[in-house]
Design a protein around this ligand. Structure first.
Ligand code: UTP
Length: 286
């Protein structure tokens, strides 16, 4: 099995007040929750087991993941066959497991909470507030991991002014023709003048099962959270971390503005609504 872990147990404080009632991961990108889009990406990269890490207070996540035969039937009867197929896929062709994180103690802790569901296997991690244009990056990362056994992270080159909002890496040499580099260090949200490069982590990881052991050894970082980047640093120090510098289309939906931009850009590309939205936008700014 190829397993994907999707951490979705955070508080989503940057999206308050919406996240009082709606989990951030279910905020719709036009009409489809971000969680669904990352599940589609994982499935597109060959994953057949999806572990969503949720918090018991975020009941909407489970409600979304449990297939409702009535809804599927109603949609199918109304002639929307493609949508009905998509809805019924959940829970059938692909195994979905919900794991729980009792308290949001950080991304590293959330991933560790998936250990039992993942088992002693390699796994992908997809952050649902980073959306990719397609499954190509994750597919490439799985291939690299399967071929060499190293942990693999997705990277993007950004203007230095943006690095402080992300995990940032140091590397040796320049990326090869496939964008592959050896990662030698990882630091969480560095100040601009302390950032080791302009390469940031973009929320896609393919990790070996030993990553769980590394997470178990970690103490909470300054803000009290157990950081995935600290475990990645251990892997990098041991010479076991590769990165792929990618130019894939990417949207950071972790903030309301990033989310709104993603909704507009993704809707503009859709065959069913793109032209109508484009006409409206043009009229709006004439
Ligand atoms: P974020 O830091 O972007 O999400 O984590 P957040 O903490 O919910 O958001 P803010 O900062 O309060 O606005 C990235 C992903 O990791 C999950 C989040 O749900 C999000 O999908 N996460 C984060 C967990 O599952 N557990 C945690 O303890 C922290």
């Amino acid at each position: 099995m190829h397993t994907a872990v999707i951490p979705a147990a955070g508080l989503g404080t940057r999206f308050l007040p919406a996240t009082k009632a709606v989990p951030k991961e279910l905020m719709p990108i036009f009409d489809t929750p971000a969680l669904q889009l990352v599940m589609d990406e994982a499935i597109g990269a060959g994953c057949d087991h999806i572990v969503v890490v949720s918090n018991k207070a975020k009941s909407g996540i489970e409600a979304y993941l449990v297939p409702s035969p009535d809804v599927v039937k109603r949609v199918r009867d109304s002639g929307r066959t493609e949508l009905a197929d998509r809805l019924s896929l959940i829970g059938t062709d692909v195994k979905i497991t919900v794991a729980y994180q009792d308290e949001p103690r950080g991304l590293g802790h959330a991933v560790a909470c998936a250990r039992k569901a993942v088992g002693n296997e390699s796994f992908a991690v997809l952050l649902p507030d980073e959306l990719m244009g397609d499954a190509s990056l994750l597919t490439q990362m799985w291939k690299m991991h399967d071929a060499g056994g190293k942990h693999v992270v997705g990277l993007k080159q950004v203007p230095m002014s943006e690095v402080s909002a992300y995990g940032c890496v140091s590397t040796t040499g320049v990326p090869d023709k496939d964008g592959v580099v050896t990662v030698t260090g990882v630091v969480e949200k560095p100040a601009i003048n302390e950032a080791p490069s302009d390469l940031i982590l973009i929320g896609r990881y393919v990790l070996g099962a030993d990553m769980f052991d590394m997470l178990d050894t970690l103490a909470p970082a300054k803000g009290g959270e157990i950081l995935l980047t600290d475990a990645l640093l251990m892997a990098a120090t041991a010479g076991n971390l590769l990165g792929v510098v990618s130019e894939i289309e990417r949207h950071d939906t972790g903030t309301p503005m990033g989310w709104l931009q993603a909704v507009i850009e993704i809707a503009l590309k859709r065959k069913d609504v793109g032209a109508e939205l484009s006409t409206w936008l043009e009229g709006r700014f004439k």
